[in-house]
Design a protein around this ligand. Structure first.
Ligand SMILES: Nc1ncnc2c1ncn2[C@@H]1O[C@H](COP(=O)(O)OP(=O)(O)OP(=O)(O)O)[C@@H](O)[C@H]1O
Ligand SMILES: [Mg+2]
Length: 298
């Protein structure tokens, strides 16, 4: 995925002082969630004293909580709102939500860090980003959806716009109706009311693609997209756009032009280097900032 996964360092600290704080917090999170009562906490602390275990480990050993309870509590401690396996409404593709400590989730957080650093260095105020790639099935929708969740997990007010008006998928990933969406906004038949909050992630909203229009490229080249984006800055800190394949249609160019920033995905053993290079060149020539290239190996 990102060029340098080592950039992403999880805040795990090893000193005794920090561990004490960690234990207290895990204990109080488990208590808040009703997983442990006063009696349980006392039992855990006794076992901790005799065995020197961490709070979570001791609670697990006593059979007072499950592995899932502990994972949830740790995720909450690190401010990683996440979903439990078996949640039927939201797609299992959202690895950052279901398995926040999975290596792929770490890579996606590393990508977020890279983006934030590059934007900060370049003094970018409006953080709008199109996720593009030359061909189909290269992982644009997957990366865009997961990236939107990791930005929202950081507390950023995040809007995901499904600007793939040809084969849209974000409404299915997030289980949001797509009757009204970007196509209606661009043709003046809907307004910001078409933006739907994603209940499961407090700070994330989705504008689905909506009904498939006969003229996606023409719609996306209208000034309406720029006007919509301007309006959205009052409510959002980060806006991400999913796009259709850049080699097949000019849609991604239009979207990237309005967003001002793009990342180019290349799928391992799939995307031709020449296609990625020429897509990057075309976008740069239009004045779009190519923030980086992401190698999607899956
Ligand atoms: N990094 C990844 N790890 C695991 N699975 C992935 C990864 N990237 C993509 N996939 C999977 O590959 C498939 C295609 O990905 P996706 O739909 O995101 O591609 P796309 O570029 O948006 O395709 P389309 O051209 O249809 O819009 C999906 O099933 C997705 O879950
Ligand atoms: Mg897609």
């Amino acid at each position: 995925m990102p060029a340098n996964p080592q950039e992403n360092v999880l805040p795990i600290e090893g000193s005794g002082r920090v561990l004490a704080r960690y234990d207290r917090r895990i204990g109080s999170i488990l208590a808040e969630e009703g997983k442990l009562g006063v009696e349980g906490i006392e039992q855990v602390m006794q076992l901790q004293q005799t065995n020197g275990l961490r709070f979570g480990e001791a609670a697990l050993r006593l059979g007072l909580i499950t592995e899932d309870d502990l994972r949830c509590a740790v995720a909450r401690q690190y401010d990683l709102p996440h979903l439990l396996p078996g949640n039927e409404s939201i797609s299992g593709e959202l690895v950052v939500a279901y398995e926040p400590f999975h290596p792929r989730a770490e890579e996606l957080r590393a990508l977020r860090t890279q983006l934030l650093m590059r934007w900060s260095r370049a003094g970018v105020r409006h953080r709008a980003l199109a996720i593009a790639s030359p061909g189909s099935g290269e992982g644009r929708s997957y990366v865009t959806a997961n990236l939107a969740v990791v930005f929202s997990q950081l507390g950023e007010r995040t809007l995901l716009v499904d600007a793939d008006l040809r084969t849209p998928r974000q409404h299915r990933i997030f289980n949001i109706p797509d009757r009204v969406g970007l196509s209606a906004v661009l043709s003046g038949r809907a307004d910001r009311g078409a933006v739907a909050p994603v209940r499961e992630f407090g700070r994330l909203s989705l504008l689905p693609a909506g009904a498939p229009p006969p003229n996606p490229q023409e719609l996306l080249s209208r000034p309406a997209l720029g006007v919509f984006l301007q309006e959205m800055w009052a409510d959002f800190d980060v806006i991400l756009f999913d796009t259709p394949p850049a080699k097949l249609y000019a849609d991604a160019q239009n979207v990237a032009f309005r967003a001002g920033n793009v990342i180019m995905l290349a799928r391992k053993d799939h995307t031709r280097l020449a296609d990625a290079t020429s897509a990057i060149r075309e976008l740069s020539d239009m004045g779009v900032r190519v923030v980086g290239t992401v190698f999607n190996a899956f």
